[in-house]
Design a protein around this ligand. Structure first.
Ligand code: ADP
Length: 653
């Protein structure tokens, strides 16, 4: 086996790869950006090298620098993880040319599968079914529109270089085609540096079913069964499971055969995933699925396959790269139980799933039978705007699907995160959704049920506010009593008694607090005296004090409660009527501005697009009126809350 590995990645996957490498006796070499110098994957490594500033383009994507470090540190192989350089054939070639083994497929296989259009053409030749559509070279807008008309709506426009659910637009009707095409091309150019697209028939009630394949350097290719990744939001996976609900032996064999054939067609070596889309309206059938694309790397959701097969896929990757034969044949493999993975993200489902960054004041995961946590951050660390805001993958394995789901839900509800907002509660609600439980899956399930899943604006929970307010009051009372005691021991001064905060028994009328920055008044009575005493911290809530505030946490919900600062003059500004101010919802780039100074807009009209984490977020006019004070040009970098423009209300003459 290799004696050392350089891991060209970060976060959760770098740590996960490092653990297996160490178990196999390798010296672990990490590379990291300036933003990650204290990250767990760096401290875990035997050696670590800083390769540049925070933006991935200046660090994790700089192939030359990583290769230089690998040579200097004497790495025998490079594991690219997923994302970043993992599917970059030039990098794989450069690594091999330097006499270092690349833990992944040959560059030729990456190239063959790298672009969705060419991949489709290639597997079609190997008799693998593909989605009807246009995947040719003509990129003329009118021509593409004609193809969409011919294929029949709804259609899907896909960036040929796309990945990670980005660069895709569903178009319901011909009128909407032109705008969707332009927006897709814009995102494709900015995210992948390639604006070309293909057009596909949109499969109804689509289910995403993918097959894990593995090849060795001796010509063997086998599969490790399927995963169902139909629980998606905006084409990004949210929950993944293995095996796929409703899959029978005959259909599984058909999926497996198609996947292995696709792998063999490109001389595949190592771990790869062949993604299919199945028409879920008639259940999974041997003749009801189509090839979508092949990912020539490890997948984020590989742990569910590890759970049900008992294999460490990263170990198999190292063995295949080292030239070993696959340790098993297809006939040796069997499925043990059911496994489900949920992607725990720092984001706010209640605010359109906006990424949420900041320090992780508390981070605790439960332990339990069948629970596995793959995480790359620790308490005290931070979720930064530079990378994917995933906090952890929470994985549960059980004898049955229901057992796995119950375990996953309990694990999520017992996860404590204070600081960035998370999707924990949303995930728990999804696990309990009747259709999901029943295995009635399709990729539109989440989008159709946002309301039921709680992914809508919600008033803060009153019980949580009261718990937080009382805890703050109790803290303040204890502090004042301590001050009073200190003073009275110094001088017997009756005026220094600390009752100014109106916390003396019988005199308390209310407690003013900031709930997520909004002013709230908690009215209380005699019960307060009792409540502010011992035992307040009980109840079902977890309270985490940090940042001059209290985080009240319950079953994945989190509320930040702070005492208003009487000296903060901006307080009224912040919480008065925001009027027609249009602010950037997040730290990001202003990719498009649709209005000019003086334009008249309707309430809810899209005025701009901010891109963050490679996703486009529309910015809407908060009211009807006239555009004034445009503060930025398209292309500008915006801080969270930066004022972009103002919509001035119409004044009747
Ligand atoms: P990416 O490379 O960005 O992951 P994919 O081609 O794998 O893109 O597609 C991602 C998701 O988009 C799929 O899992 C599926 O939900 C949806 N999708 C892709 N193609 C189609 C299609 N033809 N019809 C319906 N949904 C599709």
């Amino acid at each position: 086996m290799f004696k050392s590995v350089l891991i060209a990645n970060r976060g959760e996957i770098a740590l996960r790869v490092a653990r297996t490498a160490r178990r196999l006796g390798m010296r672990v070499i990490a590379v990291h950006s300036e933003a990650d110098s204290a990250a767990p994957f760096v401290t875990f490594a035997d050696e670590a090298y800083c390769i540049g500033p925070a933006p991935a383009r200046e660090s994790y994507l700089v192939a030359d620098r990583i290769l230089e470090v690998a040579k200097k540190a004497g790495a025998e192989c490079i594991h690219p993880g997923y994302g970043f350089l993992s599917e970059n054939p030039e990098f794989a070639e450069a690594v091999e040319a330097a006499g270092i083994a690349f833990v992944g497929p040959p560059a030729s296989a990456m190239r063959a599968m790298g672009l969705k259009d060419a991949a489709k053409a290639l597997v079609e030749k190997a008799s693998v079914p593909v989605v009807p559509g246009y995947h040719g070279t003509n990129q003329d807008a009118a021509f593409l529109k004609g193809e969409a008309d011919r294929i029949g709506y709804p259609v899907l426009i896909k960036a040929v270089a796309g990945g990670g659910g980005k660069g895709m637009r569903k178009v319901e009707a011909p009128e909407a085609f032109a705008e969707a095409l332009a927006s897709c091309q814009r995102e494709a150019a900015s995210s992948f540096g390639d604006a070309r697209v293909l057009i596909e028939k949109y499969v109804t009630a689509p289910r995403h079913v993918e097959v894990q394949i593995f090849g060795d350097k001796h010509g063997n290719v086998i599969h490790f069964f399927e995963r169902d990744c139909s629980m998606q939001r905006r084409h990004q996976k949210v929950i993944e499971e293995a095996p796929a609900p409703g899959m029978n032996a005959e259909t599984r064999a058909a999926f497996g055969k198609a996947a292995v054939e696709a792998g063999k067609a490109v001389g595949y070596v190592g771990a790869g995933t062949v993604e299919f889309i199945a028409d879920g309206s008639r259940g999974l059938r041997p003749d009801g699925f189509y090839f979508m694309e092949m990912n020539t790397r490890l997948q984020v959701e590989h742990p569910v396959t590890e759970c049900i097969t008992g294999f460490d896929l990263v170990e198999l990757q190292f063995r295949a790269a080292f030239g070993e034969k696959l340790p098993v044949t297809q006939a040796d493999l069997a499925i043990n139980g059911h496994a489900v993975e949920a992607r725990l993200y720092a984001e706010e489902p209640e605010r359109g799933f906006l990424p949420s960054t900041g320090t992780l004041h508390a981070l605790e995961f439960p332990e339990g039978a069948g629970i596995r946590i793959d995480s790359g951050v620790v308490e005290g660390g931070a979720v930064t705007p530079f990378y994917d805001p995933m906090i952890a993958k929470v994985i549960a394995h059980g004898a049955t699907r229901d057992e796995a789901l119950d375990r996953l839900k309990a694990a999520l509800e017992n996860t404590i995160v204070a600081g960035p907002k998370t999707n924990t509660r949303f995930l728990a609600a999804l696990i309990d959704h009747a259709d999901f439980r029943a295995g009635k899956l399709d990729t539109g399930l989440i989008e159709r049920n946002l309301q039921a899943l709680g992914a809508v604006e919600q008033a803060p929970d009153v019980a949580m506010i009261v718990a937080g307010a009382l805890a703050l009051a109790a803290e303040e009372k204890a502090r004042l009593e301590a001050v009073a005691e200190a003073r009275s021991s110094m001088a017997d001064d009756p005026f220094s008694v600390a009752d100014g905060f109106a916390l003396a028994p019988g005199r308390i009328g209310h407690i003013d607090v900031l709930v997520e920055g909004e002013k709230h008044r908690v009215v209380c009575d005699a019960a307060l005296e009792e409540a502010t005493g011992e035992g307040l911290r009980g109840g079902d809530f977890t309270l985490v004090a940090a940042d001059d505030a209290l985080y009240v946490i319950e079953k994945g919900r989190q509320l930040k409660i702070a005492r208003p600062d009487p000296l903060d003059v901006s307080f009224d500004d912040h919480h008065g009527d925001a009027g027609g101010l249009v602010k950037s919802p997040m730290h990001g780039k202003l990719v498009a501005l649709f209005v000019n100074e003086g334009d008249e807009v309707e309430k809810g009209q899209r005025v701009a697009i901010v891109e963050a984490m490679k996703m486009e977020h529309p910015v809407l006019a908060p009211r009807a009126g006239r555009i004034e004070g445009i503060a930025f040009e398209a292309g500008a970098q915006l801080g969270e809350g930066a004022r972009i423009l103002t919509v001035v209300e119409h004044v009747e003459a």
